[in-house]
Each structure stands twice: as C-alpha cells, then as structure tokens.
Design a binder for this molecule. Structure first.
Ligand SMILES: [Zn+2]
Length: 91
C-alpha cells in the first residue's frame, strides 16, 4: 500500500496498520522523501459492496446435486439386484 504524502506529494509507504472495526482500518504511513519523512495515518474502509459471494446458494446446489447422485446410484444398484429371482444365486 502506498499513498502520496500530504506535504511533499512524494509516495509514502505503509509501516503498520490496525483494524478499528471489521470494515475500517487505520494505516500508518511514512513518506519516502528523506528530506520530508512525514509520518501520518489514513483510514481505509469498505465503501460499497459491488457483488457478494452466494456461498449459501452454491452449498445448497452442491448438496442437492450430491443427493440426486446418491439417489440415482442406489436406485440403479438395488433396482437391478431386486429383479433377480434368487439373490443367493449371485455367489
Ligand atoms: Zn513527504
């Protein structure tokens, strides 16, 4: 992270940071201009959610898919063995 120094407009580098809340962070900057060496803080915060992950929907879809696959597999397996006249004849 870098930001322009408010005094000399040279780039300042992040030295440390601390979260003030879940979505707000205070960042400590130091100017890279040796003649200035200004230190200052800036706040970084979540401004706007552009798109959010739809994890819940994905999990539901995956779970539904798994259930459908299991149902299909067991139906096919047991369906074919139940059609045999004598189940002991397989061994
Ligand atoms: Zn500066």
């Amino acid at each position: 992270m870098a930001i322009k120094c408010p005094f000399c407009l040279q780039m300042a580098h992040c030295r440390s940071s601390q979260y003030l809340s879940d979505s707000v962070k205070r960042i400590y900057y130091q100017c890279t201009n040796l003649d200035c060496s200004c230190t200052f803080t800036a706040l970084e915060n979540v401004e706007k959610i552009i798109s959010k992950p739809e994890r819940l929907t994905e999990e539901q879809t995956v779970e539904e898919t798994k259930m459908q696959m299991r149902k299909g597999q067991s139906l096919g397996r047991y369906g074919s063995s139940f059609t045999l006249p004598d189940r002991h004849a397989q061994t």
